[in-house]
Write a protein that binds this ligand. Structure first.
Ligand SMILES: Cc1cc2nc3c(=O)[nH]c(=O)nc-3n(C[C@H](O)[C@H](O)[C@H](O)COP(=O)(O)OP(=O)(O)OC[C@H]3O[C@@H](n4cnc5c(N)ncnc54)[C@H](O)[C@@H]3O)c2cc1C
Length: 475
């Protein structure tokens, strides 16, 4: 036992030597915030966090870990919601934090590309693009703290997926440290490249289970010159999807975000989040919040949105609507959407689902899920909201008013099974944008075919035969 301990200490010293004195910590105050998942669902332990500054240091760390059999857990901004960046509770996994690798290596507005290191905060990349009059469209609630390495490893979605795709769609090339310590430099600038398997897609969405993303070349876009934010109260959920389809057609597919909000969620935001008010003069059950953007000012887009909403009102599809008159009013509309997330917290336990179904089946999903969860836990309060334009609904179920929180949360898996059963029957996905991590790992095998699971395991075994890359996550 003593020898094992001595060996371990020597291995950790070797890792510390790679990054130098500023590149590691074993101080419990530094470590503790890194060991908890944002919702508090997972709490891990580690003897050491490593903070490399270069790709070469990452490669040396990975090689040393392979040599000594030490499992590594990569971590970006630690905003992931599936426990993917949390080490296990056993304390035998080393945390690899990418935050010091935050250089923008190159930006080329003419080529519409930017090359960044994995530890760049998403907002930093958005700002760097804006500084050269370009847009990096990935945008999500955690953009002030999540890192691009984490975004790519989870194939993040967010509010602009409808128009620009997921994180995966924004990548031209990657630099990855493979589980054997080799560096794969795939930082290409090519828009077309059909030279065999497109390996970058293996690492995007792999949640650190196949290697460490150290840098990426990303696509930029023209910066919009005119943005119109509109909020519409809609007859019902099928009407929300009908409205989406019409707005896409009327604007020539300029709708960049299209979010569903329902009464219960808005009530929670008004009740618990300061500054949130009911957006329209009357109270309605279902709302669509949309952002439409154009490449030039005075493009006529606002008039198109106005006319489309007016026509929908005449038909009874839209019950009332408002178009933001100022940037502040647009912000206030978006504040309601963000407030739905915050507003759920003081209401007690909330059992979460990040699901997607084909866009045309969103209404059917919500109707069936509402009925099923009410039967499973009488009095529970479903809060459906989110990226309706992508068929991605955050279906969170708040506890009954008088139920004990812990008793309610103990039903997490049972309620997931109810909701995910409906999702599967509609041809949907149990993880639309947050990933698998630890949270859904055991469920993965139930939703993928044996052929698909086998293929995933084979890929894992070939690239990471010792299972040292984020073990216990994904597969
Ligand atoms: C308020 C809030 C709003 C959110 N909204 C959205 C949303 O709209 N859409 C959405 O998709 N997500 C959303 N999320 C979830 C989260 O922000 C995303 O999953 C994000 O992409 C995670 O990035 P991160 O840097 O925090 O990664 P982390 O949480 O640190 O890590 C996530 C996973 O990636 C791995 N990883 C991290 N960096 C690397 C790397 N360099 N190489 C290899 N593996 C790595 C980790 O091991 C882990 O498995 C939200 C979260 C919060 C708290």
């Amino acid at each position: 036992m003593f020898l094992v301990h001595e060996r371990k200490m020597a291995d950790l010293s070797a890792l510390k030597a790679i990054v130098g004195p500023k590149g590691w910590s074993e101080d419990s105050d530094t470590l503790s915030p890194l060991l908890v998942e944002p919702r508090g669902l997972y709490k891990g332990a580690t003897p050491l966090v490593l903070r490399p500054e270069t790709t070469e240091q990452v490669a040396a760390i990975v090689a040393e870990c392979r040599e000594s059999g030490i499992p590594l857990v990569p971590q970006g901004g630690n905003t992931g919601l599936c426990g993917g960046a949390t080490p296990n509770a056993g304390g035998d996994q080393v945390l690899l934090s990418l935050g010091r690798m935050s250089k923008i290596r190159a930006i080329d507005p003419l080529d519409y590309t930017i090359t960044v290191e994995a530890g760049c905060i998403l907002q930093q990349i958005q700002q760097a693009a804006a500084d050269v009059d370009r847009l990096f469209p990935l945008s999500l609630g955690a953009e002030g703290s999540c890192q691009i390495g984490g975004n790519l490893s989870t194939n993040a979605g967010g509010i602009n997926t409808l128009r620009f795709g997921n994180a995966r769609d924004l990548v031209l090339g990657l630099e990855v440290v493979l589980p054997n310590g080799q560096i794969w430099n795939g930082l290409r600038l090519l828009r077309k490249d059909n030279t065999g398997y497109d390996l970058k897609h293996l690492f995007i969405g792999a949640e650190g289970s196949l290697g460490i993303i150290t840098a990426a070349t990303l696509k930029l876009f023209p910066r919009p010159r005119e943005e119109v934010t509109a909020l519409a109260a809609v007859r019902d959920v099928p009407g929300v999807i009908e409205l989406l389809s019409r707005m896409r057609a009327a604007t020539g597919d300029q709708v960049s975000a299209f979010e569903l909000m329902e009464r219960f969620g808005i009530d929670l935001a008004i009740k618990h989040v300061s500054g949130v008010r009911d957006p329209l003069s009357d109270v309605y059950e279902h709302y669509a919040l949309m952002r439409v953007s154009a490449g030039r000012e005075n493009s006529g887009l606002r008039e198109i949105v106005e006319e489309s909403l007016a026509a929908a009102m005449e038909e009874g599809l839209v019950l009332d609507a408002a178009i933001a008159e100022s940037e502040q009013q647009a912000k206030d509309f978006w504040r309601i959407r963000e407030g739905i997330v915050e507003g759920q917290i003081p209401e007690g336990g909330s059992i979460k689902h990040d699901i997607s179904v084909p866009v045309t089946r969103v209404a059917e999903f919500i109707a069936k899920a509402d009925e099923a969860v009410a039967k499973a836990i009488p009095g529970c309060r479903p809060c459906a909201f989110g990226h309706a334009g992508d068929g991605n609904i955050h279906y969170n179920v708040t506890q009954p008013v008088d139920m004990d929180k812990q008793k309610y949360l103990a039903k997490w898996k049972d309620l997931n099974a109810v909701v995910h059963g409906i999702v599967r029957s509609l041809g949907g996905s149990i993880s639309a944008e947050h990933g698998i991590g630890q949270l859904k790992r055991d469920e993965l095998a139930a939703v993928k075919s044996p052929v698909e699971m086998d293929l995933m395991r084979q890929i894992k075994n070939i690239l990471d035969p010792d299972h040292l890359m984020n073990p216990g996550k994904v597969v």
